[in-house]
Design a protein around this ligand. Structure first.
Ligand code: GUN
Ligand code: FE
Length: 449
């Protein structure tokens, strides 16, 4: 078969929330559709035979001792259109940052040359950091949003893309809004159809996403229409939810209920929904998300600037909510999911210990809040797959061969005093730069040279 091949080498992947599996010198067989067909470990009866079979066909790729394989990352919340302003104006509050920086930038994508240039750059930049699947916000305009889906397809990333719906004249500027609920709904439906038409042109596929920006930017009619569209097309949904004091209170003042409850009322809380941020979820909201199997897209870096708080990750996940990791370009300034993993751990530890030294240690923090590196890796890989209902995030039979091959010595101090598996994983996750990532594969195709 055309693309059938095997990779021999060592790998890490999350088996569950707490446990990472290390496979030493395994053989990972990949079929022509880009799925893992079988994984063989040293000592398995068939190991040598399988190895020989691929070797003789010239289809065995052997990793060196200084390379390990990790699953590709799933970035569950990223604004492709905000890439040019990554790093800008993060000292402003969210609502000011949106009005003064973000909406003017997002309106520029009507210029398709600009869209083409930026979108190619953001997709290839995130691939370089090992992001093999991304759930993208594009902009309010349909044509450049379809272009983003095409670019993901062409460059080999599994892109799930949303044309942003935003039609509320009270909180969106005229130059960056759908002119009416009808336009928001019709344009979203046309967008879904156009992306479905190109979906299968690419081995890894691309997907349309119903994308109400957030409650403040949408009218009731639009929210209702989008809920119906999501149902009609069984589509993925993404939005922002209870991100900051301001955003959380906005929904409560408008509807007398929380963001999550209001989204649910409009049919926008489903097992295919990702709500970004969500630190201010109230106990009933947490139960709602757990019951509906809705995922939180955790944006730890962005939250440090805009959210006025830290997501109680451990608390929400212990109550049954799936939480995937995200960069939130450009509320978060880094395209690296490694950076998101690091910040999620740092923030959770600060939540646990508390941060104000003038408060007695006993009362300073929120107990049982710190997450481990293993938890964060699971969130950046397996939780993303669960959120999107796709076989991605693990290196097991039946999963898509989406991997990053990492050089574990470049730019990283030599392991001392010993190379335990745990040491290797910690160093890789905490110190890797994009230059450590030597190869990226999506659906069995190599996408970065
Ligand atoms: N809420 C509504 N739009 C946005 C956005 O673009 N970024 C963030 N962080 N929050 C939002
Ligand atoms: Fe966002």
């Amino acid at each position: 078969m055309i693309n059938e091949m095997a990779v021999q080498g060592s790998a890490f992947y999350s088996v569950d929330f707490d446990k990472v599996r290390y496979i030493k010198n395994g053989i990972f067989c990949v079929n022509d559709k880009g799925y893992i067909d079988g994984v063989y470990e040293e000592g398995d009866e068939d190991y040598s035979l399988i190895r020989l079979k691929y070797l003789e066909k010239g289809k065995l790729k052997v990793l060196s001792d200084t390379e390990v394989m990790l699953p590709g990352f799933v970035d569950l919340h990223i604004h492709a259109s905000q890439w040019p302003q990554a790093g800008l104006a993060l000292d402003r509050p969210l609502e000011i940052w949106l009005g003064e920086y973000t909406f003017p930038l997002e309106s520029r994508y009507r210029n398709l040359d600009f869209a083409n240039e930026v979108y190619r750059d953001v997709v290839s930049s995130t691939l370089k950091y090992g992001t093999t699947t991304a759930l993208y916000f594009a902009t309010v305009d349909r044509e450049p949003s379809v272009l983003l889906a095409k670019i993901c397809g062409e460059l080999g990333q599994r892109g799930l893309v949303g044309k942003v719906a935003m039609d509320n004249p009270e909180s969106t500027p005229e130059f960056c809004r759908d002119n009416s609920p009808k336009e928001a709904i019709n344009e979203t439906e046309a967008f879904i159809k156009e992306v479905l038409e190109i979906q299968d042109l690419y081995k890894q596929k691309v997907y349309p996403v119903v994308t109400p920006r957030f409650i403040p930017s949408c009218t009731d009619e639009t929210l209702e229409g989008l809920g119906k569209l999501a149902k009609k097309y069984d589509a993925h949904i993404q939005t922002h939810c209870s991100e900051s004091d301001w955003a959380h209170n906005f929904a409560k003042e408008r509807f007398g209920i929380t963001d999550a409850q209001a989204l649910d009322k409009f049919g926008l809380i489903t097992s295919k929904t990702v709500v970004a941020h969500a630190p201010f979820l109230e106990p009933d909201d947490v139960k709602l998300l757990a019951d509906k199997k809705t995922t939180i897209g955790h944006c730890p870096l962005s939250n440090a600037y805009f959210a006025n708080s830290v997501l109680p990750f451990k608390d929400f996940s212990s109550r049954g909510v799936n939480i995937g990791m995200a960069t939130d370009i450009s509320g978060g300034y880094s395209p690296s999911m490694y950076q998101a993993i690091r910040q999620s751990i740092i923030s959770s530890r600060m939540l646990e210990d508390g941060v104000d030294p003038s408060i007695n240690g006993k009362n300073r923090g929120r107990k049982n809040s710190a997450i481990t590196l293993n938890n964060a890796l699971y969130s950046a890989t397996v939780s993303g797959g669960i959120a999107l209902g796709l076989p991605i995030g693990k290196l097991e039979k039946g999963y898509s061969f989406d991997v990053q091959i990492v050089d574990i010595e470049k730019n990283i101090p030599k392991f001392y005093p010993e190379k335990s598996e745990e040491d290797i994983l910690h160093k890789v996750l905490l110190l890797s730069e994009s230059s450590n990532i030597k190869e990226v594969w999506v659906q069995g195709n190599r996408v970065k040279c």
